[in-house]
Ligand binder design. Structure first.
Ligand SMILES: Nc1nc2c(c(=O)[nH]1)N[C@H]1C(S)=C(S)[C@@H](COP(=O)(O)OP(=O)(O)OC[C@H]3O[C@@H](n4cnc5c(=O)[nH]c(N)nc54)[C@H](O)[C@@H]3O)O[C@H]1N2
Ligand SMILES: Nc1nc2c(c(=O)[nH]1)N[C@H]1C(S)=C(S)[C@@H](COP(=O)(O)OP(=O)(O)OC[C@H]3O[C@@H](n4cnc5c(=O)[nH]c(N)nc54)[C@H](O)[C@@H]3O)O[C@H]1N2
Ligand SMILES: [Mo]
Length: 731
């Protein structure tokens, strides 16, 4: 479809002009009335609920009940009136002809033979199946939920609540995003806390270490650039010369999974040249001298250069600059911990921050993520199980849910026999696109008696479902959003009525409860009625109110609020570890079978059969399987490619635009080659995404290899997405 410039800016420009009649801080019901009489344009507050660093604060413009335009809310100094590329596509998303409009059933599963059904029929079919499985197996454990990052709104934890309300169930537990890094920082500091990203502007030296924030967290870039304008140097360390790296002063192309070796080489130089902040390190940490002893005895710059592929003089330059330019900040991205030694590499980088006294400083920090603003009630989630429910037996006659690893979902579900999993409830999740080993995921789906998916689009997971339920977008729903990176919290107002027959996940839970209780009273504890706005009100508490300086959730209708907490992580030196200090030597790590110290752990290596590393990081035009399917995104980025270094391509006789077959023992991906020197000759790159009407899916070749950490804080280890080895040939 051809998109004209007029289509793109026409309505938006008109709406801006009329919206300019009233001020941004005059929101709320009265102001909507003003809007109605003067301009017919209503403005609402929204926040993007995607799993993303930026969690953009939005203002939406509605005319005659139609969402005309979405823009960044200038009241958030982080979003600062701008949106990410994806955010400007929301009108296309809300009104996409591809949206799921009604509950539908597909007979047989996978046939494409969809038939519209009523909400009553959908809910009754599902309720009957749940009750039948419960009777057959004596528990609701055969019902398995997989929910993750489609919508991170706080009321969307009502999806977990839906499951609790029917009994003990099987749950996909863990996270594919960040677990190894979370554990690394939990071992070292007691939890994850990053400096306010707006504080990056105060830095004099910034290392973007395995973070492609120009694509995945763009609103941090103005703060980084502000620092640069003041003279700060920006360094990017990445196996790929990314868009982020292209903006840096120094780009270091590192061999994947060797970041710990680079950091150890830097530490060795810093020690040998007496650049250590001994005062900070010895006062605030335990085990520092033991680690120093390890570095002195075991590490050489030649070894670090050989391991990492980074020339020795570059390691020296980086070490000297990082240790002598204060304050210096490191942003540890999630890409670099998606490896079998990823957590350990983060621990080594943490130690580098400690040895140079950069932790607890404005403009400094080893910044990864935080959850300091997430202290909501989780009311929608916290549902009791029905009386008499049976689950996995625990001590003293108690029961619990059954956990399967989200990062090894297909294999773990299929391995369960007592009782087996018979029904899937998938919501805010697209495992057929996003999980490793797509062929095994498909096999697992095919072994189910009933698959129910709640989504807004006919994606690959919906294709393998029996029943699909239409989900609202965040403009059609009430919710509240926090970020795992910046310090702002904002609200989602219902800006437009739910489209077609869409319902929010909480409304679906209420509808299911009604159906179940009608069939068998007491079988589901979820409330059967409730006003969407009230569900949001119930998530707030005094802690959140005082953190945000508000007296009610309604205050957020005036705009998002920034948490009144220190913008500098660990400034008070009160670490949340068992010892209260930074644990360079960490007993908890040792107890969990990991090295006690931040020492080098070997990376996973390619084999003779599969000699090429296939990296599949996060895309610019979408977020996982979302957005790339929309018309504007398809127009901007019509097809996927695999990026291959010309030297590697020459070895296989592959030219620009040739079709390439990428394969290993799990499966294959066929895709067009793009020759580029932005990657190295031993790494090929394709960005994970779902292109509508295309079979492209990188995960056909991706194995469920665990990362080294994650269990401590997230219940399951992370996944080494980037330790993925393949062979290639011209297709
Ligand atoms: N546009 C967009 N934004 C997103 C997302 C999206 O899909 N699209 N996803 C969101 C989510 S869920 C997440 S988890 C975050 C992830 O955000 P990022 O942390 O930026 O994650 P990735 O794209 O996985 O990886 C970042 C970089 O790490 C590099 N990398 C991989 N292995 C190594 C290594 O061994 N060493 C080093 N130094 N670098 C390495 C990759 O080449 C990549 O350029 O972004 C969020 N934001
Ligand atoms: N090869 C490879 N695979 C990866 C990664 C990688 O780097 N490489 N990254 C991994 C990472 S970090 C992540 S976070 C995962 C992401 O994996 P997922 O969590 O599965 O992410 P999405 O593709 O965003 O899919 C979420 C689905 O939720 C739907 N959705 C949106 N809003 C709502 C809502 O309100 N209600 C309901 N019910 N549904 C909604 C969307 O339409 C979409 O279909 O992918 C992982 N997979
Ligand atoms: Mo993620």
């Amino acid at each position: 479809m051809k998109i004209t410039r007029r289509q793109f800016i026409g309505t938006a420009a008109a709406v801006t002009a009329s919206a300019g009649l009233f001020s941004f801080n005059m929101l709320g019901k009265a102001d909507k009335a003003v809007a109605d009489t003067e301009s017919k344009v209503q403005i609402f507050r929204n926040v993007c609920p995607r799993n993303c660093y930026d969690t953009c604060a939005q203002i939406s413009y509605v005319e005659d009940g139609v969402l005309k335009k979405v823009e960044g809310d200038p009241k958030s100094t982080y979003t600062n009136g701008k949106l990410f590329l994806k955010g400007y596509n929301y009108t296309r998303r809300v009104y996409s002809p591809d949206r799921i409009k009604y509950p539908m059933k597909q007979v047989p599963r996978g046939s494409g033979n969809w038939e519209r059904i009523s909400w009553d029929e959908a809910m009754n079919t599902i309720a009957e199946k749940i009750l039948e499985l419960k009777k057959r197996y004596g528990s609701t454990l055969p019902i398995c939920m997989n929910k993750y990052s489609g919508n991170f709104g706080i009321t969307h934890y009502g999806i977990e609540g839906t499951m609790s309300s029917i009994g003990y169930t099987t749950r996909a537990v863990g996270t594919p995003c960040w677990p190894a890094g979370i554990d690394a920082q939990t071992y070292d500091f007691g939890t994850i806390i990053n400096n306010d990203p707006e504080d990056l502007a105060n830095s004099n030296y910034i290392i973007l270490w395995g973070s492609n924030c120009a694509w995945t967290g763009i609103h941090s870039l103005p703060f980084i650039m502000k620092a640069r304008e003041r003279g700060a140097k920006i360094v990017a360390i990445d196996p790929i010369l990314t868009s982020t790296a292209s903006k840096a002063d120094l780009y270091i192309q590192i061999k994947p999974s060797t970041d710990g070796a680079l950091a150890l080489g830097m530490a060795k130089y810093i020690l040998d040249n007496d650049l250590v902040d001994w005062e900070y390190a010895t006062a605030n940490s335990i085990g520092f001298e033991e680690w120093v002893d390890y570095v002195r005895k075991n590490i050489t710059l030649d070894w670090a250069a050989e391991k990492t592929g980074v020339p020795k003089d570059v390691i020296i330059q980086l070490a000297r600059e990082y240790a002598t330019t204060k304050p210096a900040a490191i942003w540890v991205g999630y890409g670099m911990q998606r490896h079998t030694n990823g957590g350990q590499n983060v621990r080594i980088i943490d130690a580098l921050g400690v040895m140079t006294g950069n932790v607890g400083k404005s403009g400094g920090g080893v910044n990864y993520a935080h959850l300091e603003t997430w202290g909501f009630n989780y009311h929608a989630m916290s549902m009791p199980v029905p009386e008499g429910s049976v689950g996995v037996p625990g001590p003293n006659g108690t029961y619990s849910d059954r956990a399967v690893n989200m990062n090894n979902f297909a294999a773990e579900v299929q391995a369960l026999t007592d009782p087996p999993v018979k029904m899937l409830w998938i919501a805010a999740r697209n495992p057929v696109s996003q999980d490793p080993d797509t062929n095994d995921i498909i096999k697992m789906f095919n072994s189910m008696e009933l698959v129910v998916t709640v989504d807004s689009f006919f994606n690959k997971t919906v294709e393998l479902s029996d029943i699909v339920l239409p989900a609202t977008t965040h403009f059609e729903d009430w919710d509240v959003m926090a970020s795992y990176w910046h310090y702002w919290v904002g609200i989602n107002q219902r800006a437009i009525e739910p489209m077609y027959e869409a319902k929010s996940d909480v409304e679906i839970a209420m509808a299911l409860s009604k159906a179940m209780n009608a069939l068998e009273p007491g079988s589901c504890t979820y409330p059967t009625e409730g006003d969407p706005e009230e569900w949001v009100a119930k998530e707030f508490n005094d802690g959140i109110h005082s953190m945000l300086g508000i007296s009610s959730y309604k205050d957020l209708l005036d705009g998002p609020r920034k948490a009144k907490i220190s913008p500098v992580a660990w400034a008070d030196g009160q670490f949340r570890t068992p010892s209260g200090k930074i644990e360079i030597r960490c007993e908890r790590a040792a107890q969990n079978g990991l090295p006690a110290l931040p020492v080098w752990v070997e990376e996973l290596k390619t084999s003779a059969q599969y000699p090429i590393r296939f990296m599949t990081p996060h895309p610019q035009h979408g977020i996982h399987s979302q957005f790339q399917n929309l018309d504007w995104m398809m127009a901007a980025n019509p097809e996927p490619v695999v990026e291959i270094h010309p030297e590697l391509a020459a070895q296989y006789g592959i030219g620009e635009g040739d079709m390439v077959r990428i394969y290993n023992e799990l499966g294959e991906v066929k895709i067009k080659a793009h020759l580029t020197r932005t990657t190295s000759p031993d790494v090929i790159v394709s960005y994970e995404a779902w292109y509508k009407d295309s079979p492209f899916n990188v995960n056909y070749t991706v194995k469920a290899i665990p990362a080294d950490m994650g269990k401590l804080a997230t219940g399951m280890d992370g996944i080494a997405f980037h330790d993925n080895f393949v062979a290639i040939e011209k297709a």
